[in-house]
Each structure stands twice: as structure tokens, then as C-alpha cells.
Write a protein that binds this ligand. Structure first.
Ligand code: GLU
Ligand code: ZN
Length: 309
């Protein structure tokens, strides 16, 4: 009998150290996988060396371990996967689904950032121009049912445009690599922040074009600062301190509106994580954040017996 196997993943980009927002992503994907007796993989999305911070990749892995989040198998490094990405682009070119694009940033102005298909039909490498490679999208809607956000749909041509697969600077695009690697790793469930909701229809479209299986998706609301910006490395979210790992885990659980462990279990990360797997409840995760500042630790007023959060 065919048994469906749960394979989840956490896919950080090593552009900075883990902060509370990325811990939430790691923890949510971990708990969702483990509560389903699934595997949990870690993939390092080191696609963009100029944006990377030296030492961040190994610091991220150390930080995951310090927070009791142990992954299955070997870490997959996207920097080792260039041949696979190149192969997929070649297949798409042969199938007339990808094309060379020489447009400059200023060529693209005036269309709300949505590419208007200017270079469609350019199927041989332009000689004297730098070029990107794009996937030609169809004029159709792609919709999916998110486990938290419900149904989400985008009209590809109008709202997304032809998707960049390889950038003008030669680096492979996140949208390509994430799809190729989710398929390669057999990922069945993608759990990540709602900042990526907008990217999901184009990823599903690419899966359809490549005849890959589409995973299930769950986008939890992203943590924001008091100005309402996503708390990311770019907005200087403080790096996680592993000496506060137990507290960090409780803050992350509180953000996801999960029950918090009793005091006697709050001394060790392994106890907190095991308890959280046991009590994981997707239904309690909010779809949107009512009051962003309520999740900033200093103001949270979260009741955890152990930590004044
Ligand atoms: N590497 C992406 C990020 O750190 C996440 C990719 C994903 O989960 O699909 O934002
Ligand atoms: Zn173009």
C-alpha cells in the first residue's frame, strides 16, 4: 500500500544570523513535521554570495542545534546544486518555455514591476548583451488552498509576469532553486512565513510546467516590528542568543499562539521542543496579526511561568 510520507524543511538564506522571526519559521516547520511523524530537512539557500554574511551559514546551523531543532540527513547546500538548475533551464529552453531577456531595470519601469513579455520569443543567447532567463507564464490563474490563509489565487500574466530563472548577474533565482530543490528533496509540506505567500502561485506554476508534485502549503503570519515592517535581517532584528534558547523557544511558541510548557519543563530546550511537538495545534495559529507589537518580547506580556517575557 502506498503510504504518504511527510517531508518538511527549513530553508534559511545565510545573509545574516537567525533572529526571532527565523526561529519561528524553523520551529513551525519543525513542529508541523514532527507532529506528523515526518522528516525535517534543512536546506541552506546560499544562492547569492554578494548578499551573504561570512560565517552565517555555520552560525545558523549551530543556532538550530542550540535550540534543540535537529534535522534529518545532511544539509543540502544550494551552492552545490548549480548543475541541476542549469539542466532545468536548458529543458525549459528546449521546450520553448524559457527565453532570454535583455531588459534593463529602466525598461521595466511603468508596468508596476510586472514584466510585460517584451523579450518573449528570444530563444537564442543575445550576443552583445547581458541577459537574464525568464519563464514564460500563461494567461491564467493559479490558486491553492493554504492551511492557514485559505484560498489564494494570482492571475499570472497580470499580477506576476514572466518569472526570472537566472539573473543578469548569472546567479540562479530563488524562485527556480526553491522549486527544483523542494522536488529533489521530496518535500511534501512547505511551512513558511506569509511574506512568501505572494511567491507561491509562480512556484506552483513552475512545478506544473516541470511535472513536479505540488506540496501542501502553510504560511503563518510573519512577525513585524512596531512600524509594521517584516522583522528580518535587513531591519536589524537582533541575532538570537543561544544562552537564552529556552526563552527564545517560549517567545516563538507564544507568537504562534501555542500552549506553553509548564515551569518544570522550561529548563531544557529538548523538553520544551518535545512538549511543543506533543501539543502542536495548527488551528491556534492566527491567520493575521492583530497587534504586531504584542509579539515583541519586551512588550509581549506573555505568561510563561519561567520567563518574564
Ligand atoms: N530562503 C528563503 C528565506 O530565507 C525561504 C525560502 C522558503 O522557505 O521557501 O526567506
Ligand atoms: Zn526582456
Amino acid at each position: 500500500m502506498f503510504m504518504s510520507r511527510y517531508i518538511g524543511r527549513f530553508a534559511p538564506s545565510p545573509t545574516g544570523l537567525l533572529h526571532i522571526g527565523s526561529l519561528i519559521a524553523a520551529l513551525a516547520s519543525y513542529l508541523h513535521a514532527r507532529a506528523s511523524q515526518g522528516q525535517w530537512l534543512v536546506r541552506m539557500e546560499d544562492l547569492d554570495p554578494p548578499r551573504e554574511m561570512p560565517g552565517a551559514a555555520s552560525a545558523i546551523l549551530q543556532s538550530l542545534e542550540d535550540h534543540g531543532l535537529t534535522w534529518d540527513g545532511e544539509v543540502l547546500w544550494q551552492s552545490q546544486r548549480h548543475d541541476a538548475y542549469r539542466q532545468v533551464i536548458n529543458d525549459l529552453l528546449l521546450a520553448n518555455k524559457a527565453f532570454y531577456c535583455t531588459c534593463s531595470r529602466s525598461d521595466l519601469q511603468g508596468s508596476n514591476g510586472v514584466y510585460q513579455g517584451q523579450c518573449r520569443g528570444c530563444v537564442t543567447p543575445p550576443r552583445d548583451h547581458d541577459f537574464a532567463l525568464r519563464l514564460q507564464v500563461e494567461d491564467k490563474a493559479v490558486a491553492f488552498d493554504d492551511e492557514i490563509q485559505g484560498r489564494f489565487s494570482q492571475q499570472l500574466e497580470r499580477e506576476v509576469g514572466d518569472v526570472v530563472l537566472q539573473r543578469k548577474d548569472g546567479f540562479f533565482a530563488y524562485q527556480l532553486a526553491v522549486v527544483v530543490d523542494d522536488a529533489y528533496q521530496g518535500v511534501s509540506h512547505v511551512v513558511r512565513g506569509s511574506d512568501l505567500l505572494d511567491s507561491t502561485p509562480r512556484q506552483i506554476y513552475l512545478q506544473q510546467v516541470m511535472a513536479y508534485t505540488t506540496p501542501d502549503y502553510l504560511h503563518f503570519p510573519v512577525i513585524t516590528n512596531e512600524q509594521g515592517d517584516k522583522l528580518s535581517k535587513q531591519t536589524f532584528a537582533a541575532p538570537l542568543d543561544s544562552r537564552e534558547a529556552c526563552k527564545n523557544l517560549c517567545v516563538a511558541l507564544a507568537f504562534l499562539k501555542q500552549a506553553l510548557p509548564p515551569e518544570e519543563l522550561c529548563q531544557q530546550v529538548n523538553h520544551i521542543v518535545a512538549w511543543a511537538v506533543e501539543h502542536w495545534s495548527v488551528d491556534d495559529i492566527p491567520g493575521v496579526l492583530g497587534l504586531p507589537q504584542s509579539v515583541i518580547p519586551a512588550k509581549a506580556g506573555i505568561q510563561c511561568c519561567q520567563f518574564p517575557l
